[in-house]
Design a protein around this ligand. Structure first.
Ligand code: SF4
Length: 366
């Protein structure tokens, strides 16, 4: 059986061809414009085709297992349950005039970054492209069903998710084929109609995946989690650095963006500041040395510690010094605080909490 959300428009056209290719348009409209969960109920579909498609297709909608809305900034965190019961996270982030959705690309993650909740789970499985698209449609349906949430933020009635960041659970480039397929579907004009420039793929530094992705989608935005510039420190925080040292990743990106020759484009660098680990002037200079010549915007994010951790967030003065150093060195730099701090919106927190709770319930039942 095929999942409708996992099907590109071109594939659907081919499948509809024995009847009429126009039916592909009706199905896509029903799915992506009317948010129907029964796309085969679209008017005008021939009965024989509906009967055939009912045997071939299903719609893997995913459902909201738990939702939390931040009282501070309206961020909504969804714990999403997939058809096999696996839980992932998706986070809706309202800003002034746009809504961004942070999606997951894997259940868990194999990369084991030492500061990350999801990394502690290990990789449970890959998501399909359809399960990635389903997160967008679930969020769009939620927005439409919550007029009060929209009104409180001053959004007009027709506002919907128009930006996507692949910064939820998982390293998207460890699932690059499903990622690329999802990008094709997300950008179908007759479908979700997102623009590639409004989709940002975040990576811990998966060089083979970056090459593969940018070759297929050179206009997609890239975000790189940096967190340290020296191999010894970075490999401790992010084991992926042992396979693809950061200098190699940056060298490739410099060459790619020089070739692209587009002044509007830059790589978003994310640098989580951890007290006593990567918040000294020496490390700020390391960023300058590494990134000079690459068009970047740098977001520095004070570590948001929840629960027991060997790490701690930076002192406000240290954070300010760090930001000013980069700023003086000519970089565009912003301090970003984790959204929805009152709802545990950092990646992996909700799933890990849920798993712990489930484990303790099963122990107490035993
Ligand atoms: S930070 Fe990203 S790549 Fe690293 S373990 Fe967490 S989800 Fe995986």
């Amino acid at each position: 059986m095929k999942d409708f959300f996992d099907t590109t428009y071109a594939e659907l056209i081919e499948l509809c061809r024995p009847w009429s290719v126009q039916h592909a348009k009706a199905i896509f409209r029903s799915l992506y414009k009317d948010y129907s969960l029964e796309p085969l109920n679209a008017p005008s579909l021939p009965r024989e085709m509906v009967a055939r498609f009912s045997e071939q297709f299903y719609l893997n909608t995913a459902d909201i297992y738990q939702e939390s809305v931040s009282r501070y900034d309206g961020t909504v965190k969804f714990l999403v349950r997939l058809a096999d019961g696996a839980l992932i996270e998706a986070v809706l982030m309202p800003e002034r005039s746009r809504i961004t959705l942070c999606v997951s690309s894997q259940v868990g993650c194999a990369q084991a970054c030492s500061f990350c909740h999801t990394g502690r789970m290990g990789l449970k499985r890959q998501l399909t492209a359809g399960e990635i698209v389903a997160q967008l449609m679930l969020a769009r349906r939620w927005i439409r069903a919550h007029p009060q949430w929209r009104e409180e933020r001053g959004f007009h009635e027709k506002i919907t998710v128009n930006n996507i960041v692949f910064m939820g659970m998982g390293e998207p480039l460890d699932n690059v084929e499903a990622l690329k397929r999802s990008l094709t579907i997300l950008c179908e004009t007759i479908g979700p109609n997102l623009s590639l420039r409004k989709i940002s793929v975040s990576t811990a530094g998966h060089l083979d995946g970056i090459k593969n992705l940018l070759e297929a989608f050179p206009k997609v935005s890239l975000a790189l989690s940096l967190h340290a510039t020296q191999n010894r420190e970075r490999s401790q925080l992010m084991p992926i650095n042992r396979r693809w040292p950061i200098a190699d990743v940056i060298a490739y990106l410099k060459e790619f963006y020089a070739r692209a020759n587009d002044d509007d484009r830059s790589v978003l660098i994310q640098y989580t500041v951890i007290s006593g680990v990567n918040d000294a002037e020496e490390q700020a200079q390391g960023i300058v040395d590494l990134l000079v010549g690459l068009p970047v915007k740098i977001n520095i994010i004070p570590l948001n510690v929840v629960g027991p951790s060997q790490f701690k967030g930076p002192e406000p003065e240290a954070l300010e010094r760090f930001r000013d150093y980069l700023h003086r060195s000519g970089f565009r730099v912003m301090v970003r605080y984790s959204k929805g701090q009152d709802i545990d919106a950092a990646c992996g927190q909700l799933v890990v909490q849920h798993e712990k709770q489930a484990a303790s319930e099963s122990i107490s039942r035993a």
